[in-house]
Design a protein around this ligand. Structure first.
Ligand code: HMG
Ligand code: MG
Length: 299
């Protein structure tokens, strides 16, 4: 059976913008966040406190945070790679953070310049530090299905890492299909393995990139398995800068269209959201790849 409501976790300002080479002004990013909130978004990842040498687009994290003043019911999250990033995030008033690790050695090296084991060790004090400040930590796992260099990923490996993140205190776990290769049966197998490893299904989120056009089908499989939180980017923005051949996140519009069609509540107003994506596309200079955003714009 399907849930009656789903939490959309909007990653457009972070995952969506991080690989855009033309720098988006801080004021535009702040306006993007405000518009997303007025469209009904209540979980929003706004930026990351990573090395500005690695992600120049998000080097303005402090200034952006200073411009944001979301309502109390907005869960505003920032991505953090290490203790230095945690310090910056806390100083900027972060209410929740997200850490990120990979199932594969190649991607751990390319994305964090370390090994899988070291990435987990590095995450531990970050999660503990956030917890000591009374804020939650989302744990992202990249390459949960396949990796461009290492191929198919064993669901058991994802389950081990998810259990380790949950054990160190992550309050939710986002399972990333970084390169969009998952298919629904594979999603079910990974979810079954992660839940069997003791991670509660209500703490799991699905993070599907739409490279092979499977993201909505994958969400549907995850919904049936009991997952109620999904990561999407307005207009389908984004790709991972360190994983070749990737395209954007599942578009928020595409997911909202499907969920509303299924009678599942999201709290999101599709027209306001599509206006926001269109407005943002004007700022980044290329049109939205979202089928729903395109159809609603033409209608
Ligand atoms: P490194 O080069 O090994 O580390 O990078 P380092 O300690 O030598 O640091 C390099 C420079 O950055 C130094 O500056 C540090 O001080 C500085 P320098 O001495 O050369 O002037 N530095 C920092 N500056 C500001 N804030 C910090 C910070 N840390 C170091 N927090 C490091 C290691 C982890 C820093 C680097 O690899 C990094 O920043 N990686 C982030 C990469 C990233 O953001 N990737 C995209 C996000 S993950 C993603 O998109 C996947 C996801 O969506 C899920 C999915 O789809 O799978 C979440
Ligand atoms: Mg991603």
């Amino acid at each position: 059976s399907l849930p009656s409501a789903v939490r959309i976790y909007e990653v457009g300002p972070r995952d969506g913008l991080q690989a855009e080479s033309a720098l988006v002004p801080t004021a535009v990013k702040a306006e993007f966040c405000r518009r997303l909130v007025s469209a009904g978004v209540r979980s929003l990842e706004v930026t990351s406190f990573v090395s500005p040498k690695w992600i120049p687009q998000l080097a303005d994290a402090e200034s952006l945070m200073a411009e944001l003043d979301p309502p109390d019911d907005v869960r505003q999250v920032v991505l953090v790679p290490n203790e230095r990033g945690l310090g910056r995030a806390l100083a900027a008033g972060a209410r929740e953070i997200a850490v990120f690790v990979s199932t594969t050695e190649t991607f751990a090296r390319k994305n964090l310049n370390t090994s899988v084991a070291r990435a987990l060790d590095n995450a531990r004090p970050v999660v503990a530090g956030a917890r000591a400040e009374g804020i939650g930590t989302r744990g992202y796992i990249s390459m949960c299905f396949g990796d461009p260099w290492e191929g198919r990923v064993d669901p058991g490996r994802v389950a081990d890492i998810a259990a380790e993140l949950a054990g160190m205190g992550c309050t939710s776990i986002s399972l990333g299909d970084t390169i969009g290769v998952a298919t629904p049966g594979h999603v079910r197998a990974v979810l079954d393995a992660v839940v069997a490893a003791g991670v509660p299904v209500d703490s799991i989120a699905g993070h599907f990139h739409d490279t092979y056009g499977q993201a909505l089908a994958n969400v549907h499989a995850a919904l049936i398995a009991g997952v109620t939180e999904f990561d999407t980017a307005a207009g389908g923005l984004g790709r991972c800068p360190y994983a070749k051949g990737t395209t954007g996140n599942l578009a928020t519009e595409d997911l909202v269209w499907m969920l509303h069609g299924l009678g599942i509540h999201t709290g999101i107003d599709l027209d306001t959201l599509t206006d926001t994506s269109r407005w943002m596309a004007g700022h980044i200079g290329h049109p939205s790849p979202s089928r729903v955003a395109t159809a609603l714009t033409a209608a």
